[in-house]
Design a binder for this molecule. Structure first.
Ligand code: ATR
Length: 294
């Protein structure tokens, strides 16, 4: 294939050096024996519009991934492009785009974070959604929105989502903005009580992430979880976060967050390169080894 015809996908962010997405996609390209490229671009906020304009004008570029801090800005920009661009229903609801691809002439903005969250749990705890009657979500930031929408799709009528956040007003605003029914906002004062009755629990805050401030708020809450409750964390550095360690000690079934990163990458790869990749133990091991190196 002539070099200019080989599909060239990307991930953009600021910073971007930490991104594991090139490793994942290049592994899948090699595995599938496909001609294709996937490259990281460091795009500062001032240069984002220029990058997107060039992408829109070049039909040879299949699209790519969007990471912090650009997910909301890309959503906003796509909304202004009239018939040349579209948002999927998921990206529109979340107000954030993590995957760009083409459908014919049209540039599509999608969000696969919620898909990745649910697919990771489906892989590692197939009955995780059997009882979402008292679902506990800790955190109300951007990452929390995708998780909550995924939970909203999988829960049964009447099952309640409790959103607990340091800033309770942010949890209230999130519930209103997503137009959730059977959802309640709470402050951290109620966290331990809600943990003790939760049927499912997820941490979406950056508490417990390597290099961030430590806190006993999450470990205290996790120690209240009942035996057999499914608990997960969207943080995957470290793989076993303090929240997951305490949850496991309490007898909960714990699922780490690395699989969410791997699974959210699947729909993009399929859209750009035409083959649906599989999340295997090999790709997980490769990313883990890269995380250890730093
Ligand atoms: P992201 O897009 O990664 O979710 P974010 O929108 O900044 O990032 O949200 C971070 C989440 O972690 C929020 O729920 C935040 O709580 P506030 O809304 O009260 O800021 C939570 N968080 C971050 N640092 C925290 C800390 N030190 N203690 C408690 N919660 C914290």
């Amino acid at each position: 294939m002539a070099e200019h015809c080989i599909p060239r996908a990307f991930v953009i962010g600021d910073p971007i050096a930490q991104s594991k997405s090139p490793l994942i996609h290049n592994h899948w390209l090699t595995q599938a024996g496909l001609q294709g490229h996937y490259e990281a671009h460091h795009i500062v906020p001032d240069k984002l519009q220029c990058f997107l304009e060039k992408l829109l004008a070049d039909p040879h570029r299949p699209g790519g991934n969007v990471t912090a801090p650009h997910k909301e800005s890309v959503h906003h920009w796509l909304k202004l492009q009239s018939d040349k661009a579209e948002l999927t229903a998921m990206a529109a609801r979340l107000g954030a785009v993590n995957t760009l691809y083409r459908r014919g002439e049209v540039l599509i903005g999608d969000n696969t974070d919620g898909y990745g969250f649910a697919a990771n749990l489906d892989e590692h705890a197939p009955n995780w959604d059997a009882d979402l009657s008292e679902t506990l979500v800790i955190g109300a930031g951007g990452a929390s929105r995708a998780v909550i929408v995924a939970l909203d799709h999988r829960r049964h009528p009447g099952e309640v989502i409790h959103v607990v956040n340091r800033t309770v007003g942010r949890a209230q605003a999130l519930i209103a903005d997503l137009q959730l029914v059977d959802a309640q906002a709470h402050s951290f004062d109620e966290l331990n009580r809600l943990s003790s009755t939760a049927s499912f629990a997820v941490n979406t805050t950056s508490l417990g992430m390597s290099g961030h401030q430590s806190s006993t708020i999450l470990t205290d809450a996790a120690s209240q979880l009942r035996v057999g409750t499914v608990a997960t964390d969207i943080v995957y550095t470290p793989l076993m976060t303090p929240f997951l360690v305490a949850a496991r000690q309490a007898g909960a079934t714990t699922i780490d967050g690395l699989g969410m990163l791997l699974h959210q990458a699947v729909p993009g790869f399929e859209a750009w390169f035409g083959v649906r990749p599989t999340v295997t133990a090999d790709v997980r091991k490769m990313v883990l080894e890269a995380m250890e190196v730093g």
